[in-house]
Structure formats: structure tokens, C-alpha cells
Design a protein around this ligand. Structure first.
Ligand SMILES: [Zn+2]
Length: 233
């Protein structure tokens, strides 16, 4: 009871706001207010079928399944969930979204054959600068729900690529060539991994990871999950 009163006082003194619309959150609401939560722009992709996310990677035989939780549109207020999480020092947003997504994906069997989750790595320099890797927080959110282990040491980013936000499709593909490498690739032999990232646009970054993984570990199987994806390439 005492704790509840303290929580109420804290809420009065430091009101928390909805990340999407900015409205003050009510008791029991976390991160997003109830109306915004209801209108979350979910992709509703069938996670184990040939959906628009999997279609981006159809040329890669190692890829089994792929899905994405919400649509990302730069002008849409919901994109704040991703940008705040990535650049606003709010990794808690991303972990919570990942938990919500994992809860909804669980009954589909999407996670059934997965052995380990691999987040798309940041370079050591960029991770130091930002203080965290948002993909790691997505992986941890999924792990909280599924109990699957997370490996952050195997897949590494050898060099920084330039930020891709203003690049066209061809420039993005060139920008990510050969930037990833594997430590102890034998530890992944015969495994099914879940590769996770925050946003898919062209799929160039994930494709570069997939190339690195499937060259070094020929019998690897890969599923893909991103919190958000754009509607088209
Ligand atoms: Zn709201």
C-alpha cells in the first residue's frame, strides 16, 4: 500500500507521457497510452509464411522465416518509438516493444526451432558513443519472453558504415559490403539463429549479415525479426 502511494506521488510530480502522442499516461499505462496502443500500425504479417518481409530476402536459401512488428513511416508519430529508442537514450522503449512483439509471435511457432538470438552489432566506437546497441535490447526483450539465449560476441561489425538515412537503395547496398565478421563461426554450425535489428528498409544491413553468416557457416539456418519495416523498398 505504501509503495502504491509513493508511486502515485511520483506520477504527480514526474508525469510520464505517451511516446507517440505526448499525452500524460494514466495509471497502469506504460510507454504508450491506450488509444495509441490500439492504433499501433502493426504489419500483421503471417510470421511463418511468405510475407512482404520474407520477400525481401527470398534470394537467400539460408533464410527460413522473417517478420516485422510495426510499419515505420518517417512522418508518422509512431516512428518516434523507434527514433527515441535509438537516438534518445531510451533503450527501455525498444525492449518493451520487443516483449510485446514476442508475446504476440509466440503462439505462431516462429521461435520454435531457434537455438540462439544474434543482434545486428554496432561498431565498438558507435556503441560507446550511444551507450548501448538498440538491437541488443530487442534481443533481450525477445529473450525475456522466449527464454532463448542471446549471443553478442559472435557476429561483429568490423568497421563503421556511414549513416544510411539519406542514401538511395544502391548506395545502401554498397555501404554495408564486407562490414561484418564472425568470431568462432564453428559455434554456430548446424544451428538456427534469429537475427534481430530495429528497422528494415531495403534489407541491405541484414543481407550483409546473412552473407557473412552463410559463407562462414554453410549449414546455418536464419530467421529474421525487426521491430519495424518500411512499407516498400
Ligand atoms: Zn498516445
Amino acid at each position: 500500500m505504501k509503495l502504491e502511494i509513493l508511486t502515485d506521488i511520483a506520477m504527480l510530480l514526474f508525469p510520464r507521457c505517451c511516446t507517440v502522442c505526448g499525452r500524460k499516461l494514466l495509471k497502469g499505462e506504460e510507454l504508450i497510452c491506450t488509444p495509441c496502443q490500439r492504433q499501433l500500425p502493426k504489419t500483421t504479417f503471417s510470421p511463418t509464411a511468405l510475407n512482404p518481409m520474407l520477400q525481401r530476402f527470398i534470394g537467400s536459401p539460408a533464410v527460413r522465416h522473417a517478420t516485422s512488428y510495426i510499419y515505420y513511416e518517417r512522418q508518422n508519430a509512431y516512428s518516434r518509438l523507434i527514433t527515441e529508442a535509438k537516438y534518445g537514450d531510451r533503450p527501455d522503449i525498444i525492449r518493451r516493444l520487443a516483449r510485446m512483439a514476442a508475446d504476440e509471435l509466440l503462439p505462431s511457432g516462429f521461435f520454435n526451432a531457434i537455438d540462439v538470438i544474434l543482434p545486428v552489432p554496432l561498431s565498438a566506437r558507435r556503441k560507446r558513443h550511444r551507450g548501448y546497441n538498440q538491437s541488443e535490447w530487442i534481443a533481450r526483450g525477445i529473450s525475456n519472453v522466449t527464454g532463448l539465449p542471446v549471443d553478442v560476441g559472435c557476429l561483429i561489425r568490423r568497421k563503421d558504415n556511414k549513416t544510411q538515412t539519406t542514401m538511395n537503395r544502391d548506395e545502401r547496398w554498397q555501404n554495408v559490403q564486407g562490414i561484418f565478421a564472425l568470431r568462432h563461426p564453428e559455434s554456430l554450425a548446424g544451428k538456427t539463429i534469429l537475427l534481430v535489428d530495429d528497422v528494415t528498409t531495403t534489407g541491405a544491413t541484414l543481407m550483409s549479415c546473412i552473407d557473412t553468416l552463410s559463407h562462414a557457416v554453410p549449414d546455418i539456418q536464419i530467421s529474421l525479426f525487426t521491430l519495424a519495416c518500411t512499407r516498400k523498398e
